[in-house]
Design a protein around this ligand. Structure first.
Ligand code: GTP
Ligand code: MG
Length: 420
């Protein structure tokens, strides 16, 4: 929900913990926070960084710093203070009292962007649920500012009784959204099962937000997928068919971009979209090779992949946007077929990429001739079901079928035929 002013003014606040190992520096992380804010139509007018050993339990930043921040907000007429880390409900409350502006954390900002981006029923439900769960412990008096977050959910005003009603209302809504989500997901599972029956291998594109996943999907498959220079452009993953050089087909799916400090419960909320990744036969990790923080972004993505327990799925690192890299280091991406440099935008190096995809997929599907008696049409039908039938030949007494199938199916069928 937008307030009346078109562009809100914000101060971005980061904490630099002196003895903690961090991936992105506080400055880099704030730079990203600023891009996120812009995506949410918020202008960051200044940044404030504080060094501390650990966050202040009540104010996150020190109490003195909070007072200083309140003056800055007033002087620069900020409407909002955005903190780069997740704040506890109590910290948010205290800070709002001290600063007298809306206080958001990274999670709130990401939720706001997700809310604008969600298109499908499932994504909408996921975002609404995540927002409600975020809102519930934070619902205290200042319902007005929070209502922007809740997308209008929650009633305005304050008062203990009203607060209790709001809380109950939100709990009920959480239950309702969960019920609806279960339904929508069931339908999604059914369509996945249908896809499985078609037996096309599934390739999942994953990567840091803005790496170029959607661009790659649309250029590879000649479909129209919107790509935009915005963070979290894709919230509703798309699927498209891809033909490989051998002529065999596969399905490519886009996914939600990852980001540093993506709060855990948001990862959980989007787990459903990531289920595609869990079931993928091949993962293309799309990397923005022109980013100044390429290594950190790779690491952030790999961390999320680890939590999905998909180490065994073959992965190709696709270094995208090489058209933007001056002097690319030839050693960097030369580990074929595990690393490929491309430019999705210019379709540069696509033939290499397609070859690598085919190589990787074939490693895991086997080609084989099966021969069985002519009356066993059922076996032929089964091969159609579990694999890709490449050729069929009828002799006087037998059928010869040439297929490409998953190795476990190959074993099972071979054993059955031997036992007959
Ligand atoms: N120069 C250059 N720009 C690219 C290339 N591929 C993508 N882009 C640009 O990078 C921006 C992000 O592209 P998307 O395809 O939307 O990125 P994404 O990974 O889908 O992003 P999210 O959906 O937000 O996670 C767009 O402005 C693209 O035009 C490339 O090969 N070269
Ligand atoms: Mg995208």
């Amino acid at each position: 929900m937008k307030n009346d002013k078109s562009l809100e003014r914000a101060v971005a606040v980061g904490l630099c913990l002196t003895d903690e190992h961090i991936r992105f520096s506080t400055e880099e992380s704030l730079e990203e926070l600023e891009r996120l804010a812009n995506t949410a139509s918020i202008e960051v007018v200044t940044q404030v960084i504080q060094k501390r050993r650990k966050p202040h339990p009540g104010y996150f930043i020190g109490k003195g710093k909070a007072r200083e921040l309140s003056l800055i907000c007033e002087e620069l007429s900020c409407d909002i203070a955005i903190f780069d880390d997740e704040l506890s409900p109590a910290q948010t409350r205290n800070l709002e009292e001290e600063l007298e502006v809306t206080v958001w954390d990274r999670t709130a900002l990401i939720l706001d962007i997700f809310n604008r981006r969600a298109n499908s029923k499932e994504a909408k439900l996921q975002v609404e649920l995540a927002q409600l769960e975020y809102l519930l412990p934070r619902l205290v008096g200042r319902g007005e500012e929070l209502s922007r977050l809740a997308g209008g959910i929650g009633t305005r005003g304050s008062g203990e009784q009203k607060l209790e009603i709001d809380r109950r209302h939100i709990r009920e809504q959480i239950q309702e959204k969960k019920r609806k989500l279960t339904e929508v997901r069931k339908r999604r599972q059914e369509s996945r099962n249908y896809r499985k029956k078609q037996n096309l291998p599934v390739i999942s594109l994953v990567g840091y937000t803005n790496a170029g996943k959607s661009t790659l999907l649309s250029k590879l498959t000649d479909t129209n997928v919107t790509a935009k220079d915005e963070l979290f452009n894709t919230l509703d993953p798309k699927l498209a068919k891809l033909e490989l050089p051998s002529g065999s087909k596969s399905l490519v799916s886009d996914t939600v971009g990852f980001i540093n400090k993506l709060p855990h419960h948001l990862v959980a909320a989007f787990r459903a979209t990531l289920e595609e990744v869990e079931e993928a036969d091949l993962i293309l990790h799309v990397i923005d090779a022109s980013s100044n923080h390429m290594d950190e972004e790779i690491e952030a993505v790999e961390e999320v992949l680890k939590t999905l327990e998909i180490e065994k799925t073959p992965t190709i690192k696709v270094y995208n946007k090489i058209d933007q890299v001056n002097d690319p280091d030839p050693n960097l991406y030369s580990n074929y077929p595990y690393e490929i440099p491309i430019s999705a935008l210019n379709k540069q190096n696509f033939s290499e990429l397609l070859k690598a995809i085919q190589t990787q997929l074939e490693k895991h599907w086997v080609r084989k001739y099966f021969e069985f008696p002519i009356h066993r049409e059922d076996l032929k039908a089964r091969l159609h079901q579990v694999g890709e039938v490449l050729d069929v030949e009828y002799n006087e007494t037998s059928i010869l079928v040439y297929v490409r199938i998953p190795p476990e199916e190959e074993k099972r069928l071979t054993q059955e035929l031997e036992n007959h």
